[in-house]
Design a protein around this ligand. Structure first.
Ligand code: FAD
Length: 275
């Protein structure tokens, strides 16, 4: 069982508990992006098993009246085994889904194959898939130009991977500047809308300004357990908000990462343990 403190960041160990969280969230006017925790399978069996779980999940979602979609990690569904296994499993999930399917972006060695897979499915499904792009990568402005004319949706994040200096902005201020530049381009060029994957109030304010200037639709995506008051406030003010909800038996590593990345999260965890 997941201890209550980890439960702030992870919805549960199985899809039933995750879906109960989605129901609660939908009542607050917030949509859900479900992510089964798991990554870097080197054997095909693990990747196929998680792809099976996603197929079951999207089939379950098709029978329920929920505002929910899924987000998958390429290495979870086979990219470390081979590009062919990843593409086969992604196609199975997309084919089975009525809902939107997001593709998370992992480290820079996976960018090209992930972009190619997204492009194919964006065209084939007429835009029922989305892709995450990372502002810290120097290549991202060029990638956004390639993605702009495609159907589908793009989530812009700052980037969670420690990438080499030659290909990535390393200083926080420089990453923030790159994020702003990418967001400005997206509001100008992406007719299908923009997904702002950030907890940063400055980026969310900029998105609101750009929406006022260009009229482009946008949504804000934040993680479960992070700035949930802001999520509720934004949703109440009429902004589309979607919460990224991890669940599954591999919760410990994810929880540990959340606690380590911010002093506030560590203090929050400590307070919960002491109380
Ligand atoms: P930061 O630059 O970390 O922080 C900026 C400001 O935001 C802070 O000063 C603070 O005011 C506020 N803030 C941030 N975190 C907190 C907190 N815990 N509590 C309170 N305030 C906070 N990365 C990938 O590489 N690939 C992915 O596929 C991917 N998918 C993502 C999906 C979603 C929905 C989200 C939200 C993030 C995703 N990320 C992904 C992670 C992303 O790259 C960043 O590492 C992460 O979001 C931190 O950057 P930030 O923009 O939120 O803000």
């Amino acid at each position: 069982m997941i201890p209550p403190i980890a439960n702030n960041f992870v919805a549960g160990e199985d899809s039933d508990t995750a879906l109960a969280h989605v129901e609660e969230l939908n009542r607050q006017g917030i949509g859900a992006i479900l992510n089964l925790l798991g990554e870097h399978y080197e054997e095909r069996a693990g990747a196929d098993a998680d792809a099976d779980a996603y197929v079951e999940l999207v089939e379950e979602l098709a029978g329920r009246d929920l505002d929910a979609c899924v987000s998958v990690k390429p290495s979870q569904i086979g990219l470390d085994v081979s590009a062919a296994v990843f593409e086969e499993n992604l196609a199975r999930i997309v084919d089975a889904a009525d809902c939107f399917v997001w593709i998370d972006m992992e480290d820079h060695e996976t960018t090209d194959v992930t972009l190619d897979a997204y492009e194919r499915h964006a065209v084939e499904t007429d835009g029922r898939v989305g892709l995450c792009t990372q502002a810290n990568l120097k290549r991202t402005p060029d990638d956004l130009e390639r993605l702009a004319p495609l159907p589908g949706k793009v989530r812009l994040v700052k980037g969670a991977y420690d990438e080499p200096k030659a290909i990535a902005h390393k200083q926080k201020a420089r990453v923030d500047e790159a994020y702003r530049d990418c967001l400005r381009y997206m509001f100008e060029a992406f007719e299908g809308g923009v997904a702002v994957g950030s907890h940063d109030p400055a980026m969310i304010d900029l998105a609101a300004d750009l929406h006022a200037e260009h009229g482009t639709d946008y949504e804000v995506q934040m993680l479960m357990g992070v700035r949930e008051d802001a999520q509720a406030e934004l949703a109440a003010s009429g902004v589309e908000v979607n919460q990224y909800i991890p669940y599954g038996s591999k919760w410990f590593q994810y929880f540990y990462r959340r606690v380590r990345e911010r002093k506030e999260n560590a203090l929050f965890a400590l307070r919960a343990v002491l109380s």
